[in-house]
Ligand binder design. Structure first.
Ligand SMILES: [Zn+2]
Length: 633
């Protein structure tokens, strides 16, 4: 647990200005932590996030759960109801990774989240159907194990025994565990809990004979967030067996150095590690084991502060590399796997909620716009695998039913849960964390707060109270690290001014029906150098990464919807020469001018032509450049 120190930018606390370029010290927020609102209590209003959710909803409804259940039924000795899907689910090209069945787990999580967020009963019906089918598989096979490996249940037996097995079996099973957990949590399906418990009891029994050393050897293979879901199940059932198993599933080769603040991540597969860390944090939360919490806190710091691109993404070819080598990796078409962003987003939110700092929330926001929202094709609803920064490259998205990558699965979940971090509640306080058009209903306090904004197109957000009767509450608003100032008005009068980026502004008063709060932030274009390579820069505007929008020359519509994620870098590979920028990193941002269109800017290229800059999250179906090597002016 991070050390709790209250540090709020209090109302009307006008201090000395922060010198230009100074990094605000992270301000711990609270020791008590912030509680999330239920997804059902948060309503998304029209804007890019609601659009993304609706595109995912459409995609989820277009899929056939019986096709995902095909091999689960076969393995249980039941006749399948529909033919199997392709891609990672059944194509021989991917047979060796043993991800068959992962899509069902992600899908079950996604429809459960979507039901909770929208109340649309069609999603609950999908979840109910899958849960009933998995229960039928358990009954028919007389085993807790539900799996879709073509080798049947023998695959797990062999893997646990220590036989050589290719791929990532526990990773795949984790998605099914998590799906059942989410169906229980978000749809209230008690059968999901029963199937999950039986599945978990199978894991307890199947691994009981392993020595700690044998278990640790097994964990050398990617195993998703097994420790997270078992800690969750311990929390919801109280059964200590699941906490014991969560600890056994916690990879000590990672836990031990991280808990001692040692970064040994060079060369490690990034998204193998992050879910383990999410699990460390979850074990810490349910058991108060300090080493687990220390490891999670340190991992987040070292990845967010030293190993991430400006978008919040990380890695090249899915692996962490030495920090000194950023310049050799930044232009790879295989940077920033979207699953890694999904998991860093989750870790950032968890740490923020557990007494973290505004830096956690700022990084979460950065990932949300430039990793998660940016990953979805707004036209088709399909999602990216890599979001690399090869200059002039395009975003490549999965097909509807022939890819089923890991990032297809996390992509199903990403856009269903935007309501999870816009607002939080404390003891008698309400925190506005994200500036997304939405409303939150806090039934116990008898209030609804409705947020209206076109942020980041404007630097302002408006909040209107609906209250049955006047209510005394502290309203806290995140003053992000990227904004020099924050001004808060209540009913048109300035109520607070903050010059402490990376803090919370607090307005503690009695709120009446119709009271209006308006916060205005300061957004500006900045040039952000690449770690270790100060002559390679990206541009930001507030939390938004700006990319060069480089047109569609040589691209054919539809070429960016692809089957094989291994061929990123080969697809859409017609030669293209991106424009070059010249100048000095310290002054280049001053050459960026607004075009007059929302969030659109221009900067002169070295050859005198104009380069249009626009939010990376709005880039789709066109070439882009995010990082620029600066030639001498
Ligand atoms: Zn992925």
């Amino acid at each position: 647990m991070l050390r709790p120190v209250p540090g709020l930018a209090m109302a009307a606390a006008i201090g000395s200005a922060i010198p230009a370029g100074a990094q605000p010290a992270p301000t711990p927020v609270t020791g008590q932590g912030w509680q999330a609102f239920d997804l059902a209590e948060v309503t998304l209003l029209p804007g890019p996030f609601l659009h993304a959710r609706e595109m995912t909803a459409r995609y989820l409804l277009s899929l056939d759960a019986d096709r995902m259940l095909h091999q689960f039924r076969v393995n249980a000795g039941l006749k399948p109801r529909a033919p199997i899907y392709g891609g990672w689910e059944s194509e021989p090209l991917w047979a060796d990774i043993h991800c068959q069945g992962h899509t069902l787990g992600h899908y079950l999580s996604a429809v459960s989240l979507m039901f909770r967020a929208t109340g649309d009963k069609r999603f609950r019906a999908r979840a109910d159907h899958i849960v009933a089918e998995l229960a039928a598989c358990q009954a028919a096979s007389d085993s807790g194990l539900v799996s879709a490996f073509p080798e049947g249940p023998q695959l797990m037996a062999a893997f646990i025994r220590g036989d050589k097995v290719s791929g990532v079996p526990w990773y795949t099973l984790h998605k099914v565990y998590a799906g059942l957990h989410d169906a229980d949590r978000y749809t209230g399906n008690r059968q999901a809990r029963a199937v999950l418990v039986r599945f978990a009891d199978w894991a307890v029994a199947a691994t009981r004979s392993l020595s700690d050393a044998q278990f640790e050897t097994m964990l050398d293979v990617e195993h998703g967030g097994m420790n997270e879901v078992l800690a969750d199940l311990h929390a919801s059932t109280g059964n200590p067996d699941y906490l014991v198993l969560a600890r056994r599933f916690s990879h000590k080769a990672l836990l031990d150095p991280l808990s001692k603040s040692r970064d040994h991540l060079d060369g490690l597969h990034a998204n193998t590690q992050i879910p383990k860390i999410v699990g460390f944090q979850r074990v810490h939360e349910v058991s108060d084991d300090k080493a687990y919490g220390d490891a999670a806190a340190f991992f987040w710091r070292t990845v967010a502060d030293t190993r991430s691109y400006v978008t919040g993404g990380h890695g090249d070819g899915e692996h962490f590399f030495p920090v000194a080598d950023f310049g050799a990796h930044v232009f790879s078409p295989k940077g920033s796997e979207t699953c890694g962003q999904y998991n860093m987003l989750k870790l950032s939110r968890m740490l923020f909620q557990q007494g973290g700092t505004v830096a956690h929330a700022d990084f979460h926001e950065r990932l949300l716009y430039n990793g998660i929202l940016a990953s979805q094709d707004p036209a088709s609803g399909m999602a990216t695998y890599f979001q690399g920064a090869r200059p002039g490259y395009v975003k490549l998205y999965h097909t509807p039913v022939d890819s089923f990558w890991c990032c297809t699965g996390t992509g199903m979940e990403n856009h269903a849960k935007y309501g999870e971090a816009i607002y939080f509640r404390g003891d008698r306080s309400l925190l506005v964390n994200l500036f997304i058009p939405s409303a939150v209903r806090w039934a116990e306090q008898g209030v609804t707060l409705t947020q209206t904004t076109t942020f980041p197109d404007e630097a302002t957000t408006r909040l209107r109270w609906s209250a049955k009767r006047p209510v005394a509450l502290a309203l806290r608003l995140r003053h992000p690290g990227w904004s020099r100032t924050a001004t808060v008005r209540v009913n048109g009068q300035v109520a607070a001014q903050s010059d402490r980026p990376g803090s919370l502004v607090e307005i503690d008063r009695t709120w009446a029906d119709g009271d209006v709060v308006e916060m205005t932030l300061a957004m500006a274009v900045s040039a952000v150098p690449l770690p270790g390579s100060p002559d390679i820069v990206a541009f930001t505007y507030g939390p938004v990464v700006l990319s060069g929008a480089l047109g569609t020359e040589g691209l054919t519509p539809g070429d960016d919807i692809v089957v094989n994620e291994r061929k990123y870098g080969d697809y859409a590979n017609t030669p293209f020469t991106p424009p070059r920028l010249a100048g000095d990193v310290r002054t280049i941002a001053t050459r960026v001018t607004a075009t007059g269109k929302p969030l659109e800017f221009a900067i002169p290229a070295a050859d005198g032509s104009a380069v249009t800059l626009k939010p990376y999250f709005r880039i789709a179906h066109e070439r882009y450049a995010t990082y620029w090597p600066l030639a001498s002016a």
